[in-house]
Write a protein that binds this ligand. Structure first.
Ligand SMILES: Nc1ncnc2c1ncn2[C@@H]1O[C@H](COP(=O)(O)OP(=O)(O)OP(=O)(O)O)[C@@H](O)[C@H]1O
Length: 224
């Protein structure tokens, strides 16, 4: 479970998240809101990439402030910009990198890399230089890398912005099938229609927190 207790976040003087208290227990939670409403800042608090200016963020009881390392093992993060995520020059090496860090046995690493390549249609690109992939292929590789690690929670910061329709559907299917808890930031409202819960942020505050239908209706009226 992810829990925020009285969380406020500032950059300098500017308050970007204000006094949030939340328990996220559902399997799939989405966070939506206008540009600059604080969604990415919210996402980055969940794996300790950012620490809250005030309050606490707890992941399965672990405080991101004091248990950062354990938190990062439990929470995978898929960045909006895959260039932030891809560290190795060749596709399959990049996929194996995080798994080696987990000190998994070599056979297990090989099996997980094969399965991730196949699942995201990257098998033919396995020896391809990662920096020469298209934007969408990079996004798939970043996703595949995090999913191969099988963390308990996965936070997605706009995972489909660069994807064509086929790959968007592929990612939507993959997310639907994930056994993990998912928190997803997205402007793509179709992607969240079957989520369990949708939170709407506006200027760093929660203005709706509901099932997808009513939350999306609220957001669309507010943005009209
Ligand atoms: N590192 C930073 N330093 C200073 N201000 C920042 C920083 N990161 C974000 N901000 C500001 O915080 C506010 C919230 O930004 P955030 O990226 O969390 O919003 P968002 O809802 O994800 O936006 P978008 O939909 O445009 O990606 C914005 O006003 C932004 O300019």
């Amino acid at each position: 479970m992810i829990e925020l207790r009285d969380v406020t976040h500032r950059y300098g003087e500017r308050v970007v998240l204000q006094d949030l208290s939340l328990r996220l227990e559902e399997r799939r939670v989405a966070v939506i809101g206008g540009n600059g409403s604080g969604k990415s800042s919210f996402a980055r608090l969940l794996n300790g990439l950012q620490l809250p200016s005030e309050g606490q963020v707890l992941i399965d009881g672990l405080d991101t402030r004091t248990e950062g390392k354990a938190v990062r093992r439990r929470v995978g993060f898929v960045f909006q910009n895959p260039d932030n995520q891809i560290v190795f020059p060749v596709v399959e090496e990049d996929l194996a990198f995080g798994l080696k860090n987990l000190r998994l046995p070599r056979d297990e690493i090989r099996a997980r890399v094969e399965s991730a390549l196949a699942r995201y249609d990257l098998t033919e690109l396995r020896e391809h230089p990662a920096h020469l992939l298209s934007g969408g292929q990079k996004q798939l590789l970043a996703l595949a890398g995090v999913m191969a690690m099988a963390p308990a929670h996965i936070v997605f910061d706009e995972p489909t912005t660069l994807l064509d329709l086929r790959n968007k559907r592929r990612v939507a299917r993959a997310i639907a099938e994930l056994p993990q808890n998912v928190v997803m930031i997205s402007h793509d409202l179709e992607l969240l229609r079957d989520f369990d819960r949708v939170i709407v942020l506006d200027e760093g505050r929660i203005v709706a927190d509901d099932r997808p239908g009513p939350a999306i209706d609220f957001y669309e009226r507010r943005m009209a």
